[in-house]
Design a protein around this ligand. Structure first.
Ligand SMILES: CC(C)(COP(=O)(O)OP(=O)(O)OC[C@H]1O[C@@H](n2cnc3c(N)ncnc32)[C@H](O)[C@@H]1OP(=O)(O)O)[C@@H](O)C(=O)NCCC(=O)NCCS
Length: 113
């Protein structure tokens, strides 16, 4: 819990019409050894998917990571989640490694953002 309170950054996107939470993203940008930011969670509520909320949240992560001096941004996604993998590829991430528990690590360079 201390790690979350001290270092996690969370962004919430609110729906314009109802003010309800449409989606959120959580990330870390405190790795000053590898300068690698990490998105731990991103979720857009089903009714708001496909309205560019997810991509806006990812771009906000890029900006926060760049402001913190990070050079890359990484996340982990289930290998079978091909829709999410395509979404991340659209956003500039590539698969850099596979784990033995069925997930891919994907990473994007921040100097191009
Ligand atoms: C994955 C997720 C975050 C994407 O958010 P979103 O708001 O629906 O995505 P956007 O509307 O910003 O989409 C941006 C672009 O990616 C494309 N895209 C979005 N979701 C996609 C998908 N699942 N598969 C392929 N392409 C996708 C869109 O077509 C759009 O392309 P365009 O700009 O050419 O129109 C959202 O669908 C989600 O929360 N899914 C359930 C939870 C989940 O999978 N989380 C990630 C697990 S690691």
């Amino acid at each position: 819990m201390d790690k979350i309170y001290s270092f996690a950054k969370c962004l919430i996107a609110f729906a314009e019409d109802t003010d309800e939470c449409a989606g959120y993203v959580c990330m870390y940008a405190n790795d000053h050894i590898n300068y690698r930011a990490y998105i731990t969670l991103i979720c857009v509520k089903k009714v708001y998917q496909g309205k560019h909320i997810g991509s806006s949240l990812i771009r906000a992560c890029y900006r926060m990571a760049i402001n913190e001096g990070m050079k890359t941004i990484r996340l982990e996604v289930l290998c079978q989640d091909t829709r999410a993998i395509e979404f991340y590829q659209n956003m500039g991430f590539t698969i850099i490694d596979k784990t033995e528990h069925g997930t891919n690590y994907m990473e994007a360079p921040l100097h191009m953002m």
